[in-house]
Structures are given as C-alpha cells and as structure tokens.
Design a protein around this ligand. Structure first.
Ligand SMILES: Cc1ncc(COP(=O)(O)O)c(C=O)c1O
Length: 389
C-alpha cells in the first residue's frame, strides 16, 4: 500500500450478515447477493466470495461490465444484470452465461442478430414497474406484446420481478399498493402459461421487515454490508463490514485569526492545532462532508475548512504527532463514527457513502484467505458449473 488512506473490510462480517439474513427467512427462499458498484464499495469479487460462503444462490450487478468482471474472476453462480443491456450486446452476455433483465418487446425485436447460443438458452428476468417509476413493464398491453417473445423456445424465463420504492419508510401504504400491483401482474404471468422459476420483489429492507414478501428469492444488497435504515428496528443482527482509516501527514499550530482552506473557508478563533489528512473529494469524501468529525486518539475532531481534492484538515484536540492514525468510519477508543451518522449528515443513505469511496482508496481485507480458500474448494451443482462458458 503506497498511500496512508485505506478501507478495511471484514469479509467474515459480510458472511455473518448474510447468514443472519438467511436464518430469518423461510428455507426455500433463495438469496441473491447484490454486488453492483464494486460490492457497494466493499469489493465486488470479495463480497461475492463472502456471500457465496454464506450460501448465496445468485448474484446481481447493475451493468454488463460488472458481471463480466465476476465471470473473469471465476465466479460460477448465476448472475442477474439488473439494468437492460443493448440488444447488440446479447451475444457477449450469452458467452458469459448471464441472466438479463427484460423490460419490453421492443428489446427483443431490436435484437436482430440473436441466435441461440450453444451453451443454452437466453435466460431472462422480466422487470415489472409497480410504482418505482424507474424501469419495467407497466401495462397489460406491454406484457401481452412481450409474451410471444418469452414463449420462444430459446428463451428461459428465469424470473419475474419488481422493486419497491418505500420499503424503508414507516408508512407502509405505498408498499402495500406496489405489492398488490405485483400480485395482479403475477396473475398475468400465470395466465400466459409461461413457466417462470423465480418471482421476486424484496430488497434488503422489505425482506427483513416483511418476510412474507420474500417469495422465491430476495435481492440483498445494503443489509449484506451491514446497512439498515436507522429509524427502523432491525430484526436481525447486522454489522457494518467497512471501516475507513488514514494518518496525519502534517501537524501545525495556527495563531488566532489565521485562515486555512480554499477561499479562506476557516479562521482560527484562538491558537489551534491543525492536522492534515490525505483524503479528499476525489476519494469520495465530498465537500458536503463538511461539518462531520473524524476520530483521532480516541477523540472526535471536526473537519475544518473546505475539503480539498486530495486532503482535508482537522482541528486537533491536542498536538498529535505526524503519522497518528485517523479513523473516518469506524471505532477508535470508545468513540465511533457510523455510516448512519454520515448518511444523515449528507441527507442520504449509508450506501451512498460506501459507494462514493473512490478507486484511490486501497481496500484491505481482514480475512480474505479464509474465504478464498474455501471458495476454491467449493463445488457447484452440475447445471451451474457447466453453464459457464
Ligand atoms: C433492482 C434492485 N434490486 C435489489 C437491490 C438491492 O437493494 P438493497 O441494497 O436495498 O438491498 C437494488 C439496489 O439498488 C436494486 O436496484
């Protein structure tokens, strides 16, 4: 590691979180581990390994590149690409044995060069929009146009799914509306006579709060990394897997009235000790983190002045030596900076904080060897291992 700023990730925490989630659900429910956006910033391949060790049945990513990266790393589990891909990329997806999200008949008609792949059928999950308003089929007419394409013998309809807009809200009325809409849509699917293997609608919060919504599979992202809405009581034990650390690279004394930071954004009220920490907005520590604290020597220290691209300054409670460890997320002494606290400060969710951590922040893994060794030894059911081209 060439730089004094690093994220430490506990893969056993990810595994434990997934095991706890699995235990809370009926045994027949499959677990899809969502490892998009570099495993919510925790490392995609490593998070996938930890999830597999907890018995994940399926993986999901947002984009084709993310799925191919996992295949190239030797991952053999089924992988669902959650965002529709360009029809011209279907052959590439087939070569990597990926499951694709389909949202329209138009997609099939544009897929002019679609030919059955020697490795098997085109495996799709149909996405239904029940109220999030993002992607998916909304009307019966759109569904009816799609059905003939799905009846093609080279198409395997592996899933039929939707995504909730308000699973983390205390008010459950919109979630109930979306559920009712999805159940109606399931009737369309049933009436079409298609054989559909997995109906799924629940992400982390819906799966944990309302286990009766688990259906055939749940798609777990946030909770696997230890995130859950702070305002709700979490029904299972979840622990954040990532902590973020750095070290002081310079310490100085400011006289009363002296400025620091771009635009003279901070002025010392009195004589103050200031430390510089090598992390900035180019690493994901955005200027809107202004007003939050870091930990040093077991104490809270506020960020002062505007956060720069590569560094930020903190007001030290004492003249610490250069090289002193600084914790930006996690515990030090009796103090803790939580994802929930940072998310509340920026008016967002924990996963925005973790996914913002840039590629310049080295990821270190506490227990990767244990997970990796076991992963290599794992044997998969025949149909899955053969499906990898
Ligand atoms: C379609 C879909 N399913 C599942 C997930 C995982 O959700 P969560 O991180 O809340 O578990 C996401 C995340 O954004 C998603 O877009």
């Amino acid at each position: 590691m060439l730089r004094d700023t690093w994220a430490e990730i506990s893969l056993s925490r990810i595994r434990e979180n997934m095991l706890n989630i699995r235990r809370s659900l009926p045994g027949t429910v499959k677990l899809m581990a969502v490892v998009k956006a570099n495993g919510y910033g925790h490392g995609d391949i490593e998070s996938a390994m930890a999830a597999m060790r907890a018995g994940a049945d399926y993986l999901a990513v947002a984009y084709l590149e993310e799925a191919i990266r996992l295949r190239d790393a030797g991952v053999k589990l089924p992988i669902l690409v959650l965002t529709p891909i360009g029809p011209e990329l279907v052959q590439l997806a087939l070569r990597h044995n990926l499951s694709l999200t389909v949202t329209s008949a138009k997609w099939f008609s544009e897929m002019r060069d679609f030919k059955p792949c020697p490795a098997g059928k085109l495996r799709v999950h149909v996405k239904m929009d029940t109220g999030l308003g993002r992607i998916g089929i909304r009307t019966k007419q759109e569904w009816d146009e799609l059905v003939p394409w799905l009846q093609n013998e080279d198409v395997d309809v592996d899933g039929f799914y939707t995504h909730f807009a308000t699973a983390g809200q205390e008010d459950t009325r919109f979630l109930e509306q979306q559920t009712a809409r999805f159940l109606d849509m399931k009737e369309w699917a049933r009436a079409s006579g298609l054989v559909i293997r997995h109906y799924h609608c629940a992400g982390s919060v819906a799966a944990l709060r309302f286990p009766h919504l688990a259906m055939d599979m749940v798609r777990i992202g946030a909770a696997m990394y230890g995130f859950y809405p702070a305002k709700l009581a979490c029904p299972v034990k979840l622990e954040p897997a990532l902590s973020l650390h750095s070290r002081l690279i310079q310490v100085k004394k400011l006289a009363a009235g002296e400025y620091l930071g771009y635009d003279n954004s901070y002025r010392a009220e009195e004589e103050e000790w200031i430390g510089t920490v090598p992390i900035g907005y180019a690493d994901g520590w955005a200027q809107r983190m202004q007003g939050t604290d870091v930990l040093i020597g077991g104490h809270r220290a506020p960020i002062v002045g505007k956060i720069c691209m590569d560094q930020l300054m903190i007001k030290l409670p004492a003249p610490y030596a250069e090289g002193t460890p600084v914790t930006l997320i996690g515990a030090q002494g009796g103090q803790r900076i939580t994802f929930a606290e940072l998310a509340a400060h920026i008016g967002s969710v924990a996963q925005e904080v973790s996914t913002s951590l840039g590629t310049r922040v080295a990821r270190t893994y506490k227990d990767i060897e244990e997970v990796r060794t076991r992963w290599d030894k794992t044997t998969w059911p025949d149909d899955i291992s053969q499906a990898v081209i």
